[in-house]
Each structure stands twice: as C-alpha cells, then as structure tokens.
Ligand binder design. Structure first.
Ligand SMILES: Nc1ncnc2c1ncn2[C@@H]1O[C@H](COP(=O)(O)OP(=O)(O)OP(=O)(O)O)[C@@H](O)[C@H]1O
Ligand SMILES: [Mg+2]
Length: 342
C-alpha cells in the first residue's frame, strides 16, 4: 500500500473566465490530507471551499497547480485514464437528492461502484450492499426502495454507503449535513466519525459548522477569498487562533458555556466578502481587518510556517507565534451582550 498522502494539493488554482472578468475562486491552495486524517476546510460563503473540493476529486478542472491522490498526479488526467482510479476518491454532497439517481433502487445505487470497478457482482454484490446498509444504520430491505421513499438523513446515509462501498482512500464531504434537519445532523456526523475511525480513509470535510469541524477534524484550514490564511491542528486553532480572520470567524460561533459567551468579545467584520473578480491588493483581508496597517494594504503576506508548525499568512503574526488580538481593536468590536448573535 502506498504511503503517499490521500490528497495533496499544490498551488491549486481554479479561475473562471467570464465576460465580467476572471473569478479567482481558488487562488494558490496548498493542502495535504494524510492517510486516515480528517482535515476541516472552513471559511465564509463564497471563499472557494466547494471549488477546492470539486477540483480535489476532479469534478472540476483546475486551471493551475497540481492535484495528487494517493501519490498519483491526476491534475490533467483524461476522464478515461481517471476511471480506474475513481475508486480511490469520492465526494459526498450537501444535498444527497441531487447525486442519487431517482430511477435506481437503493441497492442498485450502492452496488454501482462495486460493479463499475469489478469488485463484486451478483450475489456477492447483494451481500456487500446489505452489509454496507447495516454499517450506515439502515436495514437490508431498504435496498428495494427508491431514493424518494427515504428521508433526507437516510438518503445521505445511502450516499455515504455508496461512497465507501469501494473503500476509497479519500472522501471529500462538502457540507454533508447542512441540508438535513437539525435533529438528524448529529447522527450523520457520528456515523461519518465512526466509519472514518473504523476504515481510516482520509477526509476533507468542508463545512460552516464550527462545532462539527471541532468534533471531527484533526486539522483545520481556514479559507478567505480563494486562499488558505491559517492552518493548524484543531485544538490549537480553537484555543489560540492567530489570524485576525480566524479570530473573527471563531468569535462569531456560539460557545456552549454561557458565561464565556457573555463575556467574550464578538468581532464584527465590516462589509461583505470582497469580489473574487478583483481581490484587494496586499493582504486580501485588509479591507475588513480591524488591525490592518499600511503594509497590509500593499504587501501580500506569504503563508508562513511558524515555530510550532502551524501556518498563517498575516504580517502582524511573529514567527514565534505572538499574534495581535482582533477583539482588542475597539473601533470594530461590539460586546456580545449587545449584539446577541443568536
Ligand atoms: N462555475 C463557476 N463560474 C463562475 N464562478 C464560479 C463558479 N463556481 C464558483 N464560482 C465562484 O467562485 C467563488 C467560490 O465559490 P464556492 O462555491 O467554491 O464557495 P464556497 O466557499 O463553497 O461557498 P459556500 O459556503 O456558499 O458553499 C464564488 O465567488 C462563486 O461565485
Ligand atoms: Mg460550497
């Protein structure tokens, strides 16, 4: 078995050329998902997370950089050359209905990758499907139903069973629970966590849900306007976010402890996410950063590796990890007690 990472993105670019200009949806993303590792990808809407996820499984064509899966460079591989490798990586979408063929039965849907890759057919495939359905908490008789006869949570379990039927090295999960009823989100997350622990596949977990990513991910990458601005092991990132954007993102999330919630400063970012058609010069975050200084408006900060091994792209963070506190910039902060986040 190969020891290469499940996924290796190097300088990944996905630019969309259009009449209005070029959308820099992903603009130099370098990210590794190790074997058996769960990496969370977070950032506000439009930051480029899905674009990265789609390029990672070659559902979209990168316009620059490289994508390696299991050590194989798949960046420019033709669909045909890619076909036998397809069993190594899968994407689970936000909305399971869109990825499940309504004319097929659940059994056919889950068995399809097994047949496509010549892993099992006939009775062996049926037995494997029953086993997989059991592993995702469904019963063997669900195999005869059609997707529309199932609940949203059950449909998402089917897409997970289908993705895992061929034992992929990499699973990209793009907001796998956000279309589901809140009451079933936790059970689908638990299922993913259990399966990941048992099977040890690498997982790129894309989400807005910071509690979910804290629970599931070993490491987190924070995206802003097509680029990664900070990357760190999950516990370190939550305990001590370095980048002002990460600090703002985490400060907006509800904390379970009501005392912390009341006393904590919420950082309110001014304005909307700038257009990826014309990213601001210098640090892309400077237009909304409460701490920006002149240098930030002109000089692009490199994504640097700090002494402890975490990565951050901010001029104001020192190599020893000393970082300013965005919440201490009085002009842009409002105490939570007055803004009542939710
Ligand atoms: N096919 C496309 N053509 C042009 N622009 C696109 C295309 N796909 C995505 N974009 C743009 O690229 C940017 C990143 O989009 P993407 O869907 O990757 O963001 P995201 O972080 O997944 O957002 P969300 O959290 O809302 O899902 C957005 O500005 C989006 O409008
Ligand atoms: Mg998305």
């Amino acid at each position: 078995m190969s020891t290469a990472p499940a996924l290796e993105l190097t300088g990944l670019e996905r630019h969309f050329a259009g009449a209005g200009g070029t959308v820099r949806a992903a603009d130099g993303v370098t990210l590794t998902v190790g074997r058996g590792e769960v990496v969370g990808l977070v950032g506000e809407s439009g930051s480029g997370k899905s674009t990265v996820g789609r390029c990672a499984v070659r559902l979209d064509e990168p316009t620059g950089g490289t994508v390696r899966i299991n050590g194989t460079d798949v960046t420019t591989m033709s669909r045909r050359a890619l076909r036998p490798l397809r069993k190594d990586f899968h994407l689970v979408f936000q909305d399971p209905s869109s990825s499940l063929d309504p004319r097929m039965t659940v059994g056919e849907i889950v068995a399809e990758p097994l047949k496509l890759h010549g892993i099992a057919k006939g009775e062996a495939a049926r037995a494997r499907v029953a086993e997989l359905l059991g592993q995702v908490g469904l019963r063997p008789e669900h195999a005869d139903r059609h997707p529309h006869e199932l609940s949203g949570g059950q449909r998402q379990r089917i897409s997970i069973a289908r993705a895992l039927s061929v034992d992929p090295a990499l699973l990209v999960a793009d907001e796998p629970t956000s279309a589901l009823d809140v009451s079933v989100q936790a059970s689908v997350l638990n299922l993913l966590a259990d399966l990941q622990r048992d099977r040890g596949f690498g997982c790129l977990f894309i989400t807005h849900d910071l509690a979910a990513v804290e629970y599931l991910a070993d490491r987190i990458a924070v995206m802003y306007l097509g680029q990664i601005v900070e990357q760190a092991p999950t516990s370190e990132l939550f305990a001590d976010p370095k980048h002002p954007y990460t600090q703002a993102l985490l400060s907006a999330a509800p904390v379970p402890d009501p005392v912390t919630q009341r006393t904590r400063e919420r950082i309110v970012l001014s304005g909307e996410l700038p257009s990826p058609l014309a990213p601001p010069p210098g640090c892309r975050f400077h237009t909304r950063c409460p701490l920006a200084v002149d240098r930030c408006r002109t000089e692009v900060p490199a994504l640097r590796t700090l002494d402890g091994g975490r990565e951050v792209s901010c001029h104001l963070v020192a190599d020893d990890g000393t970082a300013p506190d965005a919440a201490a910039a009085p002009s842009r902060t409002i105490p939570t007690t007055r803004t009542a986040t939710r």
